[in-house]
Design a protein around this ligand. Structure first.
Ligand code: FAD
Length: 384
């Protein structure tokens, strides 16, 4: 699909595909029912070196490029469960990359080897009941007390929130606004931390939770970067997160389209194949055109990121287009399945309901439009 991938990328793809076929696909429906992926999946991925593809070599990672992450997502999407790659990415990309980027050497040596081995699971805790899109408005407070920070507040919608062993957490250490936000790693064993799994309408295999912090003590050495410098780090991390969601969305569309084409051949109505009707040929022609466009934009944004030129503008455009397109493709392809599109046992139905979170997580479509508008000088008073 992507141009310019090396033999090494293709060898990696084959290894991931083999694992997914043998050890993941057979269990996916059980994980969807359980509302989580098992710890053993992380351990298996860790043994094969799949969790540290972009993490530093000195801590056990492979220090590879984002195309490897892309391949990992694409192959895990082949399970038909969006929740599975979401859980893996919340760990390998969202929760741990910020530690690699801003943690002290001591903290990296403490946390990254276990994260890369899959023996400890990570999460990223930014969103709160009163602050999702507006990250600068978070209220969870961390107050310095001797060698510790004492944390009080709450988080919500945290992927891997219940199964996670440590949560890279946004806290308020200073005054109001973006200049008062820090990032602290909170071990799940911290006294005073309570967790509650949320029941979602989609992405069932990924565990999503509310977290409550009551006088939680965390050593000061768990701070990432400088105090009150967390907002910039979170924003920096968002570029890769948006690329992750864009890849998930493009693969969702591919799989929906392939399922619809197969169904269109198999299903007979009024004595004819569905795909005998031009209306369905044209709907699928529109859908594949949309998919190609979304992939082209997504791969362009990834190419820029891999070249060391991360672009908020391109990542936001890719996420906006890919995730809004998923809803269109889901509606068109889903319609072709008739009543089957409402049954949990039907792959199309599961992809359909999993598409709804894509325009929300890692920055909503409205926030993507804000970033794009600013980046092209549409906001009055801004210098282009
Ligand atoms: C499945 C799932 C997994 C998630 N995982 C994580 C996670 O691991 N960690 C984490 O920290 N968070 C996570 N989130 C939370 C996610 O990042 C937030 O839901 C998202 O940022 C939106 O915040 P909100 O829900 O508070 O909505 P709000 O911010 O309250 O927004 C409500 C609506 O208003 C719109 N809106 C907001 N601001 C503007 C504006 N300026 N102009 C116009 N419209 C606007 C939004 O687009 C949205 O449509 C997850 C969410 C989901 C659904």
């Amino acid at each position: 699909m992507q141009a310019g991938l090396s033999d090494e990328h293709n060898i990696f793809r084959n290894a991931v595909r083999d694992l997914v076929e043998r050890e993941v696909k057979p269990h996916v429906l059980d994980w969807e029912r359980a509302g989580e992926v098992p710890r053993s999946l992380f351990e298996t991925l860790g043994e094969l070196g799949f969790l540290g593809v972009r993490l530093p070599v000195e801590h056990g990672g492979s220090g590879l490029d984002f195309w490897y992450t892309t391949i990992l997502i694409q192959e895990f999407m082949r399970t038909g469960s969006v929740g599975v790659p979401v859980a893996i990415m919340a760990h390998a990309e969202f929760g741990t990359q910020l530690i690699a980027a801003a943690g002290s050497d001591e903290l990296k040596a403490e946390l990254l080897p276990a994260a890369i081995a899959g023996t400890k699971i990570a999460a990223l805790g930014v969103s709160e009941p009163n602050a999702g899109s507006d990250v600068a408005a978070i209220r969870t407070r961390a107050v310095r007390d001797g060698a510790d920070y004492v944390i009080n507040g709450s988080k919500t919608f945290i992927t891997n929130g219940t199964i996670g062993d440590f949560i890279t957490t946004a806290v308020r250490t200073g005054g109001p606004g973006s200049g008062g936000v820090s990032l602290l790693v909170v071990p799940a064993t911290t006294k005073g931390l309570a967790r509650n799994r949320l029941k979602k309408i989609g992405t069932h295999a990924s565990d999503t939770a509310e977290l409550y912090f009551e006088d939680c003590r965390v050593p000061v050495r768990y701070l990432l970067g400088e105090e009150n410098a967390g907002f910039g780090l979170i924003m920096q991390g968002f570029t890769a997160e948006r690329l992750v969601i864009s890849v998930i969305a493009t693969m969702q569309m591919r799989m929906m389209w392939e399922a619809a084409r197969e169904h269109g051949h198999d299903r007979q109505v009024f004595g004819r194949q569905l795909l005998d009707f031009q209306v369905w040929q044209h709907r699928l022609a529109d859908a594949i055109t949309t998919i190609e466009a979304a992939e082209t934009l997504t791969f362009r944004a990834i190419g820029s990121f891999v070249r060391g030129e991360p672009s908020d503008q391109l990542a936001s455009m890719a996420k906006l287009f890919a995730t809004e397109s998923v809803l269109d493709v889901a509606r068109e392809c889903g319609q072709m399945f008739g009543g089957m599109s409402h049954l949990e046992e039907c792959l199309m139905a599961r992809l359909y309901r999993d598409s709804l979170a894509m325009t929300i997580g890692a920055g909503s479509s409205e926030i993507m439009r804000e970033i794009i508008a600013r980046s092209v000088g549409l906001v009055p008073g801004m210098v282009k």
